[in-house]
Design a protein around this ligand. Structure first.
Ligand code: NAP
Ligand code: F7E
Length: 342
């Protein structure tokens, strides 16, 4: 029988790849989207269909993680088999500027959704988008047993979501899991995250539209993987017999300077000729080094990351060069029919 999934954050990087994956697996997919004064559906336009077509399997619903009543109503109406909670204020630097908003969305938003599942009496499997940022100052390699030491309001909010997910699993017997994902990127990455900022700037410098790239801390080390591979891991976490928490990572760390080097070199440029330091991008507290140990996911989910940072940088630079050329978004391959299920 056709499975039904609800994805929050469907308009984001991961939500768009996950929606593609679930549709390819035959799911009926429902996505929560926020009302905005401009379109925020660019990443999913290419998979959206006319909701009146008989074979439509993607439905969008207005809602917000700050609106618990609406979430409960949607849960009752959709009655999903699987819920993926990907929605969040996901930018670490921004969380220092908006700590309270980040707390109510990225933290308390998760309990609103879990409570909506519980109150609606829906029997479903629940995925929580937890983050390596929860490890913060705990030294690498980090795995499922590493103590949390968050270093930003975002990291603190994600720790709350992690524990409330475990609490609902233990208190109410819910099939609720945490995917503790290390950084994962793609051509769909938001333009203010460092990898996309670098890739986009390389394309613009190559095209003669820019001559400098301003960055903050170049020494921070991250374990960068490729987002399409990570959404496959999310799905696998909900297909096993018992609910559990898993780290997804490549196991390899590179500095921001390394990533800049890979990206500029791919375009035939020397990064040191273009990258400048801007203190404005330095965070009040930094996470120096995140390198994940994905052994558990490999052993129990048969999941592993294949794409590493040098190849990822090349994928992202190529996509941004192509996007500049066609002045659009390279992943959109067919026209969109925009309308909403409710
Ligand atoms: P993203 O591109 O920033 O997408 C965030 C999504 O959340 C967007 O669809 C956004 O909607 C939605 N959203 C934000 N606030 C909301 C609210 N109050 N109510 C409903 N929806 C809201 O993030 P991503 O990179 O895809 O990451 C997906 C999830 O994984 C996030 O929870 C993130 O914190 C977590 N995570 C990401 C990484 C990573 O490296 N990418 C690693 C670990 C964990 P709009 O489009 O309307 O803004
Ligand atoms: O920063 C440094 C910055 O913003 C990476 C989110 O998806 O992954 C992401 O969080 C590093 C940091 O990602 C700039 O200081 C230097 O050390 O790309 P980022 P993030 O903070 O690691 C985790 C796992 C998540 O869960 C989050 O949702 O790069 N850096 N110069 C810079 N960062 C930015 N953004 N911009 C700069 O100019």
């Amino acid at each position: 029988m056709k499975k039904v999934a609800l994805v929050t954050g469907i308009t984001g990087q991961d939500g768009s790849y996950l929606a593609e994956l679930l549709l390819a697996k035959g799911y009926e997919v429902h996505g929560l989207i926020r009302r905005a004064s401009t379109f925020n559906t660019t990443r999913i336009e290419h998979i959206y269909q006319d909701p009146h077509c008989p074979d439509t399997r993607l439905f969008l619903h207005y809602g917000d993680l700050c609106d618990g009543g609406r979430l409960a109503m949607l849960l009752s109406k959709i009655n999903p088999d699987e819920v993926y909670n990907l929605a969040a204020q996901s930018h670490v630097r921004v969380s220092f500027e908006e700590p309270e908003y980040t707390g109510t969305t990225t933290g308390v938003g998760s309990v609103r959704l879990l409570e909506a599942v519980r109150l609606a009496g829906v029997s479903c499997r629940y995925y929580q988008a937890s983050s390596s940022e929860m490890f913060g100052a705990s030294p690498p390699p980090q795995n499922e047993l590493t103590p949390f030491y968050p270093r930003s309001p975002y990291g603190v909010a994600k720790v709350y979501s992690y524990w409330i997910t475990r609490n609902y699993r233990e208190a109410y017997g819910m099939f609720a899991v945490n995917g503790i994902l290390f950084n994962h990127e793609s051509p769909r990455r938001g333009e203010t995250f460092v990898t996309r900022k670098i890739a986009r700037s390389v394309a613009r410098i190559k095209a003669g539209l820019e001559s400098e790239l301003f960055l903050g801390n170049l020494d921070a080390v991250r374990d960068w993987g490729y987002a399409p591979e990570y959404v496959e891991g999310m799905w696998r976490m909900l297909q096993v017999d018992e609910p559990d928490d898993y780290v997804l990572a490549t196991g390899q760390g590179y500095s921001v300077a390394d990533f800049a080097g890979f990206a500029f070199e791919h375009a035939g440029l020397n990064w040191q000729d273009y990258v400048r330091f801007d203190e404005g991008y330095v965070r009040p507290t930094e996470v120096d080094s995140l390198i994940g140990d994905p052994t558990k996911a490999h052993q129990l989910l048969d999941w592993k990351a294949d794409v590493r940072a040098p190849e990822l940088a090349a994928i992202m630079v190529d996509a941004d060069i192509e996007a500049l050329g066609c002045s659009g978004t390279p992943w959109i391959d067919k026209p969109a029919l925009m309308s909403w299920a409710s």
